[in-house]
Write a protein that binds this ligand. Structure first.
Ligand SMILES: O=C(O)CCC(=O)C(=O)O
Length: 327
């Protein structure tokens, strides 16, 4: 059974595993915490006489309302990592007990263990994405990956060179809403991961994407549709992107990552720590407060540089690893 799952993963480059998580127990607490943050933002940014009305809005209406207020770095209040660039001492990020619980979720780790073995670290490449219908988005964030579409990329493309070479990275993508082609699920090209890492470039905002990725649109793709409770697993060379959200509904997800203990994380300034080990002695971070403190320390370490990570783009010099020469 174990090797069947791994064989399928190695063959396809992805797995959609159904009913791993319980919505009320594992996912709803995170949405509750998101709503708590929204209420704080209402207090902070909405005129006093309007606050009571806005508090009564449902989750979606409240988020839409707040997103129109031009709050600086609005996404960042809900993102589970500090910002990539323009880091300041006030830069916020979303670190709650509920997120910590998800990273350590034993049902997730049981599946990761089947793919990379029993010694598992949490990898700091992690994001939360709240995607409104695209028709509500400003043009400048249409392709930013967090609120808008995510361009074609491989996750190894956003690691350091050491990470690209030495890290067995697994992406665990977790939907909080039913995710379909219409509201912007991810798509992938099965099997293409076997070609290794392609050359990536950065767009004007620094977002990494596969060079000449328009060629991928001509290949046969698979839509990674999933329901709350399911998880989608990707390998570090799995080619993927997300579709536009052309529905009238939100699409919310968190992507966590794990790698084999002892390997570099690929984001050297940020925390990576053991979450599962046969020899429990390797587990040094075992509660929420410790986890919070290692992220806060990492942020302090990054402050003089003003960034938390950088991609090396183009990934390779020369054209040998350009998609056009490999498919
Ligand atoms: O959720 C998305 O839009 C994209 C996620 C993704 O690219 C990733 O997790 O690597």
């Amino acid at each position: 059974m174990t090797s069947k799952l791994k064989d399928k993963f190695d063959r396809q480059g992805f797995l959609v595993v159904r009913n791993v998580l319980n919505f009320n127990f594992d996912l709803k607490p995170i949405l509750n915490d998101v709503e708590f943050i929204m209420n704080r933002l209402v207090y902070k940014f909405v005129a006093k006489k309007k606050c009571d009305t806005v508090f009564k809005y449902d989750f979606w209406k409240k988020y839409t309302f707040l997103s129109k207020l031009n709050i600086k770095d609005f996404d960042q209040y809900f993102n589970i990592r500090p910002p990539k660039e323009n880091l300041t001492k006030d830069s916020d990020f979303f670190a709650s007990q509920s997120v910590w619980n998800l990273i350590r979720n034993r049902h997730i780790l049981d599946i990761i263990e089947k793919l990379i073995g029993s010694e598992i670290n949490s990898n700091p490449v992690q994001n939360s994405r709240i995607k409104q219908p695209e028709k509500f988005l400003k043009k400048k964030i249409l392709y930013d990956g967090l609120s808008g579409r995510t361009p074609w990329h491989q996750d190894a493309g956003v690691l350091s060179q050491r990470g690209q070479k030495y890290t067995d990275l697994i992406t665990c993508w977790i939907p909080f809403t039913k995710t379909t082609k219409k509201n912007g699920c991810m798509i992938t090209v099965p099997g293409l991961q076997k070609k290794g890492l392609f050359n990536h470039d950065a767009d004007s905002k620094g977002q990494a994407h596969i060079r000449n990725s328009e060629l991928l649109n001509k290949l046969k793709t698979v839509a990674l549709e999933a329901n709350p409770g399911d998880i989608v697993l990707l390998g570090k060379h799995t080619v993927h992107c997300s579709l536009p959200n052309i529905s009238n509904n939100f699409r919310i997800s968190i992507d966590l990552r794990y790698h084999k203990s002892g390997q570099p994380s690929g984001r050297d300034l940020l925390p990576n720590f053991c979450v599962r080990s046969k020899d429990k002695k390797n587990i040094k971070i075992y509660n929420f407060k410790q986890w919070l403190s290692i992220w806060e320390k990492a942020k302090q370490r990054c402050l003089p540089k003003k960034y938390t990570f950088k991609y090396q783009t183009p990934t390779f010099k020369g054209k040998k690893r350009d998609l056009i020469n490999l498919i």
